[in-house]
Design a protein around this ligand. Structure first.
Ligand code: AHR
Length: 641
């Protein structure tokens, strides 16, 4: 606690110094933050042609009771694939169905977490050649434990055309490895499409997994870069993230194969949802407004739109990275890049345009007439040096600056060691290290960066091992960024999330399965920097009798900030000891009045463990977590670290 901060003199840190980078990798969104429990809800995972890939849907029954296939009969124009079931058995007679019926089940993303007393909204689209009686149930992974069930019963005339059904299921038991079953004992043909199970108990009711959002909130992120990474580029351009395919009613979204990470996403977490977290169960009395693909939506009079929007709810600045006509494998020539430029401009109009504009009206129709606060864009990801990067970049740059002069543009080229040869407001800087030592020694990387050029956006950094030592290396790097915050405007760790069952990377900040999660040491390390954005940094020096070698393993910074809730000012001194020895030291902070610190109301938070290679896991989620204790007044010799 700082008793008097009025006379303190230091330098201001960037208001947006630390934030998050959300990439759809490791099932961070699909099977993660996005609470949808059904995987491949539209049966499109094999692409638009049939037969499609219905994985992970599986069949309940055998060849004498059921034939399951896919066709292109869906009412949704952008995702025509539907599942067709020919039920051969019947409720009675020689070929009678098993008591529990035949049909299909979906285990979600490695099991659905169904919890006793909670309610789940199940939506599905059905068509049939006759009357139907379908049991919709949530069960254990073997189908035996019944957690919740309801029947959908309709006459043939009611389901001759595609019809939407919605049932609310309240779970009577808990099982983190549950599945959704659609079964029947009635002979005939039945088609299913766009099957969704959403828990009602989500973050602020907004459709995000509460426990995962809480972890993000606790980091106090000042910005959110999205949606990738490689996810934006694609291995092939045809599989890159295309924002227009990810907006509008969820049923209408085609989904896409994220070939960079080799999994399918239904794109429930789309461009709109990234821009702002909010909820709009809007009654679309204005009858479907401007949705260009409104046919099914209107035909079946869906009166609800559920749209969730991430960045706004977290109170962070969105930073949109878009595809620049370059993937890992193919790229368009600069002479042909204009459609990509137009797509980006349309995306900006969607986010910021007047509600009467072409794309702004679509945003308004989705329940958000006010523009989003989108002021940063990244042109491509890690593409500097690719044949068409510069040519394409310049086309995007001039078109965006002409239309939106205030937008800050981020180049993929590294300007930390030499000046960029093209205009940019920021340059993107990524650094991954296999060895924590290499990350620690990067603390001084920006010391000599030109202060007159564009600022740095360290949008991806990580040590690739996930241990305590990795986090210490990263902490040293971040202390270096704080000290260089006059040239480093923003920084974010990568990747943010990993579903333990569907990892693309061994390391991440937060790891989860269907029901549990833990923060890695890298996550807890970032928590120690959560007050830094917009804080004041002081010149801090360490005094110790230790050997030069030991001193080189130490880094420290001192910041102060005002807590807006209690109006108190605080000083935070962070010290990283990357060495193996306990060190006795004093820290001298310039710019503070003597006696301005109230030590009796101060605390010490330590992130350590017996072994620097220790990691957290689902079994031992708290092996390496910060420990906060009162700070005893330091004796003559100072504090041990
Ligand atoms: O963080 C994983 C990947 O690493 C990102 O998608 C990419 O930008 C980087 O190469």
């Amino acid at each position: 606690l700082l008793v008097d901060a009025s006379e303190a003199s230091g330098r201001p840190l960037s208001e947006t110094l630390f934030g998050i980078f959300f990439e759809e990798i490791n099932h961070a969104g699909a099977g993660g933050l996005w609470a949808e429990l059904v995987s491949n809800r539209g049966f499109e995972a094999g692409g638009p042609n049939v037969p499609s890939n219905i994985d992970p849907w599986s069949i309940i029954g055998n060849e004498s009771s059921l034939i399951v296939s896919t066709d292109r009969s869906s009412c949704f124009d952008r995702n025509k694939v539907a599942l067709r079931m020919e039920v051969l058995c019947d409720s009675q007679g020689a070929n009678s169905c098993p008591d529990d019926g035949v049909g299909i089940y979906n285990p979600g993303f490695w099991g659905m977490n169904i919890e006793k007393g909670k309610t789940y909204s199940v939506v599905l689209y059905v068509r049939s050649s006759g009357s139907i009686n379908v049991s919709v149930s949530l069960t254990g992974s073997d189908g035996l434990q019944k957690l919740a069930a309801a029947n959908i019963i309709a006459s043939g005339s009611e389901v001759t055309n595609w019809t939407k059904f919605e049932v609310m299921l309240e779970a009577q038991g808990t099982n983190p490895n549950s599945r959704l079953q659609l079964t029947t004992t009635r002979k005939g043909f039945i088609w299913f499409d766009q099957v969704s199970v959403m828990p009602l108990d989500t973050y602020k009711g907004h459709g995000f997994r509460k426990d995962l959002v809480q972890m993000l909130e606790d980091l106090k992120p000042q910005f959110m870069r999205f949606p990738g990474g490689c996810f934006v580029e694609g291995e092939w351009l045809r599989n890159a993230f295309r924002w227009k395919e990810t907006i509008g009613p969820w049923e209408e979204r085609p989904g896409h194969f994220a070939d960079c990470w080799m999994y399918w996403t239904d794109d429930g977490l789309g461009y709109f949802e990234f821009l702002q977290v909010g909820i709009f169960f809007s009654s679309v009395i204005q009858e479907c407004l401007e949705f260009p693909l409104k046919s099914c939506f209107c035909r079946y009079q869906f009166l609800k739109i559920l749209f969730m929007q991430l960045a706004e709810d977290l109170g962070t600045l969105p930073i949109w990275v878009f595809n620049n006509g370059i993937s890992h494998t193919d790229q368009v020539d600069t002479s042909s890049v204009l459609p990509f430029v137009q797509e980006a401009l349309d995306g900006l109009e969607f986010a910021r345009g007047n509600p009467n504009s072409t794309w702004g009206s679509l945003r308004a129709a989705m329940g958000h007439p006010e523009p989003f606060d989108l002021t940063y864009v990244g042109i491509g990801n890690e593409d500097c040096g690719r044949k068409n990067y510069l040519g394409n970049y310049l086309k995007f740059y001039s078109a965006i600056k002409r239309a939106y002069p205030d937008i800050k543009i981020i180049s993929n080229c590294d300007g930390s060691s030499q000046k960029l040869d093209h205009p940019a407001d920021l340059f993107d800087f990524h650094f991954y290290a296999d060895d924590p030592k290499n990350m620690f020694s990067m603390a001084h990387h920006f010391d000599h960066t030109s202060r007159s050029g564009p600022k740095a956006f360290v949008s991806e950094y990580a040590v690739t091992t996930g241990s305590l030592l990795a986090a210490l290396g990263e902490a040293g790097f971040l202390i270096g960024l704080e000290k260089n915050s006059d040239v480093v405007e923003m920084a974010s760790y990568a990747p943010l999330f990993a579903n333990d069952n569907g990892r693309n990377s061994k390391f991440s900040a937060i790891v989860f399965n269907s029901s549990h999660l833990y923060g890695t040491p890298s996550y807890w390390m970032q928590c120690l920097f959560k007050e830094s954005s917009g804080a004041t940094i002081f010149n801090a020096t360490l005094q110790t009798n230790s050997s030069t070698n030991q001193v080189e393993q130490l880094l420290a910074s001192a910041i102060s900030w005002k807590n807006s809730e209690n109006e108190n000012s605080y000083l935070r001194i962070k010290i990283v000891n990357f060495g193996t020895d306990i060190v006795n030291l004093k820290i001298v902070v310039d710019g503070l009045e003597p006696n301005s610190i109230n030590l009796s109301e101060s605390t010490k938070t330590v992130l350590t463990s017996n072994n620097p290679m220790d990691e957290n896991s689902l079994n031992e989620p708290k092996k390496v977590i910060p420990n906060r204790i009162p700070l005893e007044k330091a004796g003559e010799g100072g504090e041990d670290v």
